[in-house]
Write a protein that binds this ligand. Structure first.
Ligand SMILES: Cc1ncc(COP(=O)(O)O)c(C=O)c1O
Length: 425
């Protein structure tokens, strides 16, 4: 659907909804409601995804099994807890485009990032630097800085921050390439947010991995804003590792569990440094409790603890919907929804709004970051009062994410009307 054929009226938006092959999924989520019972226009799925209706029943199933079976639930629960994480693996691998042996749901994002840094940040001589984005998510920055210090090195000297050009917000591919090529021999690891949390810019992971590998660097991605949003094709990208959370586009609930990907070329490597725990040990002998660590022959070797079933069930419940809907049909709808939003917002005029997210659909997911010129939080408060749930970033950016799983074209149109009216007032 090209931008030029979009129309600016509610009937047209409703028509697009009528034609939407994924429209039924909206009914499978709890939409937060206003006092009058009307659903909010929820554009914050890039921050916290909505609750699938099925999640409650599935959590209750685990509570019931725990109530009735106690410890026996590890073997005799409807979904036995011992191998529980395995039930999620294939669907998770489909969402992120990886082989099942490369993907595991475990821990939370920052914890997984630390575990990956232990394995993939191996400073040696002058090759001791980490490349990140200057506006990387703060937790990522804290993690890499603390890992640099953990190796007795100085973050002031070992961190290379990729900055957008003067007057620009998004990074240019050629500038990323230039830094990698210039600093290549000094770089141990490149870690980028594959979809930047602020600008919504989506990076070409395959290209960046190739540039990094050509210089002998390892390459990893924080896919917090990419997982469940864009098809990541992690295996084919060739990146060494990736980590993500599942509570944004993947709807696993506040503080829900994270995921990790390790490319198969690293799996089974004997000399890889790794922090280890009993859930990474050979399943056949795990309960003998005595053997020396015998790592599982998959990314599961990075698991530490037996997983929290009550958190994992929420990831599973959402993954079932992704498995059904398919990441590629979702992406197709996302391109139309986001394109429609862009078309409407741009019609407000360049003197009023500036969309800082790239306009090329290949360089963005479902999020648009809209800089509203000469506006402050007052404007955001107004649209919130009118029923929009979005996200405000000081000093002047509204981040909105029309999520294909549960947002509609009508949501997009109503948001535009509300924003237009708030600007007019
Ligand atoms: C891009 C990005 N990285 C890292 C994090 C931190 O995630 P967690 O609190 O699950 O470790 C977030 C959280 O929103 C994020 O958006």
């Amino acid at each position: 659907m090209s931008i030029s054929i979009f129309q600016r009226n509610i009937e047209y938006a409703k028509e697009l909804d009528a034609q939407d092959e994924l429209k039924a999924y909206r009914q499978q989520f709890h939409l937060p409601r206003q006092a009058d019972g009307q659903p909010y226009i929820y554009f914050c799925g890039n921050s916290l995804g909505l609750q699938p209706k099925a999640t409650e029943t599935q959590v209750l199933q685990e509570l019931t099994d725990w109530k009735n079976l106690g410890v026996e639930g590890h073997f005799h629960a409807k979904n036995p807890w011992l191998p529980y994480h395995e039930f999620l693996t294939e669907a998770m691998a489909n969402v992120v485009g990886a082989q099942p042996n490369e993907v595991v749901v475990m821990n939370t994002l920052t914890v997984n990032l630390h575990l990956m840094l232990v394995s993939f940040y191996r400073p040696k001589g002058n090759r001791n630097k980490i490349v990140i984005e200057a506006d990387a998510f703060p937790s990522d920055k804290y993690a890499v800085q603390s890992q640099i210090r953990f190796h007795g090195l100085d973050p002031e000297l070992c961190l290379i921050e990729l900055k957008a050009r003067e007057g620009e917000v998004c990074l240019r591919d050629e500038d990323i390439q230039q830094v990698i090529e210039q600093e290549g021999a000094n770089i141990s690891l490149i870690v980028l947010g594959n979809t930047n949390y602020y600008t919504g810019q989506f990076f070409d992971m395959k290209q960046i991995s190739e540039w990094g590998h050509a210089q002998g660097c390892l390459v990893g991605f924080d896919c917090a804003h990419g997982a469940g949003n864009v098809p990541l094709e992690l295996h084919d990208s060739g990146c060494d590792f990736a980590v993500w959370c599942n509570y944004k586009y993947l709807n696993s609930g506040p503080g829900g569990m994270g995921g990790a990907f390790v490319h198969e070329r690293h799996i089974g490597q004997k000399n890889i440094p790794r922090f280890e725990g009993w859930w990474g040990h050979n399943k056949e002998t795990r309960f003998k409790m005595r053997d020396a660590f015998d790592p599982l022959p998959t990314v599961e070797a990075w698991q530490l603890s037996n997983p929290p079933i009550l958190a994992m069930v929420a990831v599973w419940s959402s993954l079932k919907l992704f498995d059904e809907a398919g990441i590629y049909p979702l992406r197709k709808k996302a391109i139309s929804l986001t394109g429609y939003l862009e078309f409407l917002v741009k019609s407000l005029g360049e003197d009023i709004v500036d969309i800082i997210t790239p306009s090329n659909p290949d360089q963005r997911g479902s999020q648009l970051s809209i800089r509203v010129k000469k506006a402050d939080k007052e404007l955001f408060n107004k649209i919130s009062e009118e029923g929009v749930i979005a996200d405000w970033r000081e000093p002047d950016v509204i981040r909105v994410a029309p999520v294909p799983m549960y947002n509609s074209f009508e949501d997009v149109y109503l948001f535009y009307e509300i924003l237009k009216n708030a600007l007019a007032n």
